[in-house]
Design a protein around this ligand. Sequence first.
Ligand code: 13P
Ligand code: SF4
Length: 345
Amino acid sequence: MVLYRFPFPLSLLNTRDKIFSNYEFIETGYRSQFSGLPGTGWRMSSIVEQILEEKRKQNAVILAHLYVDGEVQEIADFCGDSYYLSQMAQKTDAETIVFCGVEFMAESAKILNPEKLVLMPDRAADCPMAHMATPDDVAAFRATYDDLSVVCYINSTTELKTVSDVCVTSSNAGKVISNIPNKHILFIPDQNLGGFLAPQFPDKEFHFVDGYCHVHNFMDPSEVEALMAEHPDAKVACHPECNPGIRALSDYIGSTTGILKYANETDAKEFIILTEIGVAHRLRLDNPGKTFYFPETRPVCPNMKKVSLEKVLRVLKDHKDPIEVDPDIAEKAKNCLIKMHQWGG
Ligand code: 13P
Ligand code: SF4
C-alpha cells in the first residue's frame, strides 16, 4: 500500500516553504505575517514579488482556502476554512478581494461586499455540491411542512441561498442550528454534514436531499481500516463531509481548521487525515515532529487545485471576469449569510 507519508509528492508544491510560512495561527485560521521577499533565485519569486506589488498598489486582500495548493496559501493574507474566510471577507476594508477558492466562496464575499471588486484566479473553479439542491426542492419541502427552517450549507449556489433561512459552514453548523426554533430542518445540500449534525439535535426532525462532496463522500472505510491497522497509534481525524462509515472510524470530526487545531493540540505523533490533501501543507509545517497519513486514493478537489500563483497574478493585473451578483438577488441571499454570522460567531 502506498502511503502518503510526508515528505511526499507535495514537496513539489512546497518548494518555497522555507521562504514563507510566516503565519500566525489565530484559533480559527491563519493570518499572514509576511511582509517582504527574501532574496532568492527561485523562478517563482518574480511572480510572488509581482503579486505582492499589485496587492499593495490596489489595496487588495488575498483569501485562500486550506485546500488550494500550498504555495498559493503562502501568499494569502488570510488562510483558513470557509467560515474563517467568510468572516475575513466581511471584515476587510480592502477595495479588492482575490478569493483563492471555489465560486460559492467568492460569490458569498461579493454578496457581503457588493461595493468591492471580487476576483477569482480561475472562474471555472466551482463546487459540484453547490448545485445538488434546487429552489424547487426547497419549495416542495415548504409546501409539506409548516414548521420548517431551511438550513443551507455555504457550499451552495447564490440562488439556493435566496430561498433558505440561514447558512452554515462545517465549523459553525451546530451553533447555528441550536438557535433555530422550528421542529423541522431541511438541511441542504450536503447529506453527510446534515447526517453528522442530526443526532446532536434529537428534538428536531431533519430532512435531506441527495447532495454530497465527491472528494469526501467516496472515501473507502475498508481502506481507512487497513491504514489504521498499519498505524495503530495514529489518531483519525475526518471532515463531516465524509460518509458515515468514515465518520464512525474517526476520533475527531471537524472542519478543515478544526482538523488542523486537533492535530496541533493532540499529543499523538501520527495521524490519519481524512479530508482534502491541501491541508497537508499546514499540517506538516506546523507539526514537524508528527507524521500524517492520507488514504491511498488521494482525496483531491480538482476545483480547488485550479488556483495557481500565475492565475492570481493574472487576475490581479487584468481584473477579468469579476464576480457579479444581481443586486436584488444578492440582497435576498445576504439574509441567510448575515444570520449565520450573527448566530455562528
Ligand atoms: P470547510 O472549509 O468548512 O472545512 O469546508 C470544506 C470544504 O469542502 C470547502 O469546500
Ligand atoms: Fe466542493 Fe468538496 Fe471541493 Fe469542497 S472539497 S469545493 S465541497 S467538491
